[in-house]
Design a protein around this ligand. Structure first.
Ligand code: HEM
Length: 443
């Protein structure tokens, strides 16, 4: 169907003088959102590197992506509406070139409203930050409500990320110019030509029923091609100007590369066994136990925990040699209360949950520090990195139950966590504090 042919003017409301209410709402909602996005995008890419504004800019990135997806959805809806509902005609008094320009502008707007969000989506799916020229996979959640998946197969594509963001920026600023022209033309129609064109898109002014009916046959092809060519031209120029210097891509080691075909949406059931130890066996009261982790992200502290974990604990202060604890954690169950952080944590350079579903803590020996204080010599394995760990903890027995509490600081660099995007800990603190609180009953 031809979206630019003009049928005899009958809008959905039947007046023929103005766009239908749905078209008016979609137009102004999109306009307001797009107008907010351009200064927001401009500001956030400059503010993200400055310590004073980094935190706000980080939040704005998420808002920007969410509004961008809302614009994409509204545009798709709008195109469907436009294809299925007639629109008011252009005034008969308009010159040929004015009509052509108006039609080209309208096609270009639809093209930009699709291409700008899509190039943004490609950029975030490639997971490569052009500012730092390093991999950076940040999850997208729509206003924190639900996750929006990345486009598949693009992860780690450096040149694509640069090109997509070049096109994104050029098309956004090109779109800003077009909005300026569009507004100027609407004001000219309203104040100089007084032909009621602006009123057709305003709910509170009376539109004019123009007598100009159809665009001549064949006209539609020209504005359509010219509008699409305009969008493609800005996109290609932006993409080409932003292509990075060719250099060897930073190789992604196996432990940081997520397997393409594995779904990470299902938590594995963690298993743990310390069967060989002879000391008293304990059953963990999961409701009264927790594993927390915390640090700072973009200048703000976060406190996370794991929802799914399991432990086999054999412990007796009188039989430390026969004591052992193995705890396994489903890394995909990490929760921080921030959907973007949670989505990012399961990615390749963090936990890489698809490839390495479990983290494992295993003690090798225990030592008494006096009173209720003990120390466990242990190893911690996350992905395929194993580090030695000393966990100091308190053990407080009461009848058949006991409460154990331990705190340890982990260096995420040693565990190769987030070392692609943030090796200098500019975003996420290098030290992650882990707090284990276990209440258990003798088996
Ligand atoms: C019509 C919708 C959109 C408009 C008008 C828009 C506009 C902009 C603008 C003007 C910039 C700044 C470019 C610069 O100065 O370098 C920008 C950056 C950005 N946009 Fe959008 N955007 C839209 C949709 C989206 C969507 C849907 C996404 C992602 C799903 C997105 C992701 C980004 C990101 C990540 C950046 C920052 C790139 C960086 O430097 O790291 N945008 N956008």
């Amino acid at each position: 169907m031809n979206i630019h042919s003009r049928s005899p003017v009958r809008s959905a409301s039947g007046t023929g003088r103005r766009y239908s209410s749905v078209a008016i709402i979609l137009h102004w909602a999109t306009a307001l959102l797009v107008i907010s996005m351009i200064p927001m995008g401009w500001w956030m890419v400059r503010a993200i590197d400055k310590p004073g504004t980094q935190q706000v800019a980080y939040q704005l990135f998420q808002v920007h992506k969410s509004i961008g997806f809302a614009i994409l959805a509204l545009t798709l809806l709008r195109i469907v509406w436009r294809l299925t509902h007639p629109v008011p005609a252009l005034p008969a008094g308009m010159k040929g070139w004015e009509r052509l320009l108006a039609r080209i502008t309208h096609v270009a707007f639809y093209g930009l409203l699709l291409a700008i969000p899509l190039t943004g989506w490609v950029y975030v799916s490639a997971g490569w930050a052009i500012g730092t020229d390093r991999p950076l996979m940040v999850a997208t959640s729509w206003f924190g409500l639900f996750a929006i998946p990345h486009l598949p197969g693009l992860e780690g594509m450096r040149s694509l990320a640069f090109g997509a963001m070049g096109a994104h920026a050029y098309m956004a600023y090109g779109g800003a110019l077009l909005i300026g022209l569009h507004v100027a033309a609407a004001l000219k129609h309203h104040f100089l030509d007084r032909d009621g064109v602006l009123a057709q898109m305003l709910p509170f002014l009376r539109g004019t029923n123009h007598d100009d009916h159809h665009a001549p046959a064949g006209m539609a092809l020209l504005p359509r091609s010219a509008g699409i060519a305009f969008v493609m031209l800005i996109g290609v120029v932006g993409c080409w100007l932003h292509l990075p210097d060719p250099r060897a891509d930073i190789p992604i080691a196996a432990e940081n590369a997520a397997p393409a075909a594995v779904s990470v949406s299902v938590s594995p059931v963690a298993s743990a066994s310390a069967e060989e130890a002879s000391a008293t066996a304990w059953t963990i009261d999961k409701a009264a136990s927790s594993i927390h982790f915390g640090g700072t992200h973009a200048g703000k502290t976060f406190d996370g925990h794991f929802d799914e974990w399991n432990g086999d604990i054999r412990f007796d202060p009188a039989n430390l040699a026969g004591s052992k604890a193995v705890i396994t954690v489903a890394t995909i169950s990490a929760k921080t209360g921030d959907a973007t952080q949670e989505g990012s944590l399961k990615n390749g350079e963090w936990f890489n949950s698809a490839r390495f579903p479990e983290a494992r803590f295993e003690t090798s020996s225990f030592k008494s520090l006096g009173g209720d204080r003990y120390e466990a010599d242990a190893t911690l394995t996350i992905k395929n990195k194993t580090i030695p760990l000393i966990l100091p903890f308190t053990y407080k027995p009461q009848g058949d139950t006991a409460a154990v509490e331990g705190n340890v600081e982990l260096d995420r660099a040693a565990l190769d966590l987030g070392m692609f995007s943030d090796p200098a800990a500019e975003w996420v603190s290098k030290i992650i504090k882990v707090r284990i609180a276990v209440t258990a009953r003798k088996r």
